[in-house]
Design a protein around this ligand. Sequence first.
Ligand SMILES: Cc1ncc(COP(=O)(O)O)c(C=O)c1O
Length: 410
Amino acid sequence: MSVITQPMDLLRQQDPQMADVLDGERQRQATGLQLIAAENFTSAAVLGALGSPLANKYAEGYPGARHHGGCEYADLAERIAAERACALFGAEHANVQPHSGSAAVLAAYAALLQPGDTVLAMGLTSGGHLTHGSPANFSGRWFDFVGYGVDAGTGLIDYLQVQELAHTHRPKAIVCGSISYPRHPEYSVFREIADEVGAFLIADAAHPIGLVAGGAAPSPVPYADIVCATTHKVLRGPRGGMILCGAEFADRIDRAVFPFTQGGAQMHTIAAKAVAFGEAAGPAFTSYAHRVVANARTLAEELGRRGFAITTGGTDTHLITADPEPLGLDGAGARGRLAAAGIVLDTCALPHGDRRGIRLGSAAVTTQGMGKAEMGRIAELFTAALSGGEPAKVRRDVNEMVFNFPPYGV
Ligand SMILES: Cc1ncc(COP(=O)(O)O)c(C=O)c1O
């Protein structure tokens, strides 16, 4: 029986309109191929914590120093979450309150910078996140961002350019991290460059942090002053953010999160983060993280064999970016045709020129239990969907394939 049937039954009795919406979303997730690189399927235990009565609790402040009464269990939940995060990542301090990855980055800037300071981060057209200086975001409005890029040929970060820009602009902070870089940043090189110019180093590890937890990617923790992360990507926790840092930044970070940029902590989400950290500490998650990378590598190879131009020639992570141009499509065209077949992914910037490509990830399908054979099958389905296969037929083939890998039981 599905693990989420019972709460859905209660909801259906009380609010059939919303029950239909949630049921539609459950069906959508279970019957399509979920390849959005930033998504995953949490465990039933994580969903259980999210749906618990801690959702009712107000808990401004930190454990032992709350502005509200009745926080004894909220305090326990947050202490457990922070302790598990520190143990999992070998960090001296963890703040588990950020409501999202963007909120974590905002707090990191608030802790280290003043408005008007210069920050060096990956340029938006090379894979930087909105919080890395977009004019549409607080970061671009309040700070003076300089963007580094990737080599147009290899798609790899141009560290010489990072160094040159750092020496020219003398930033107060350097940010390493991206929404679409499929390789590991060289954290030690970023550290050296930051030290050369006296800058703080902020690692925005929103994407790779789950791989770090599972030992399938290098950790930024020993190198960066502040590590920002999300908890909902490969890490497989609830939607949310987190900050890791050394003891010397702990007070500044805590004050930057609350009361500077946030109000009451979302205690049900913090409990769910703790559950996810507990899961990520076990051997099953280590095996999962390595399978995520193996699956992404296989999928990149299979797509490459079918004509997609794979950025950097492959991947070291859960994430693949590709140009479908050799198939006569741009990113938006490919995404639309794939969506019609039930294959869900994003478009993304490409390293060369202003064309957009596609970005996909292996975290969710790996959670569903798919492996090497299924990655080959997914690549076949891509070709069928994009080279004029009848969409309804491809959609049926997708349904048939995912039927054997239900995310939450049948
Ligand atoms: C590098 C990076 N930073 C920050 C974020 C923001 O996370 P959120 O959407 O939770 O605000 C993302 C989201 O994908 C990201 O990839």
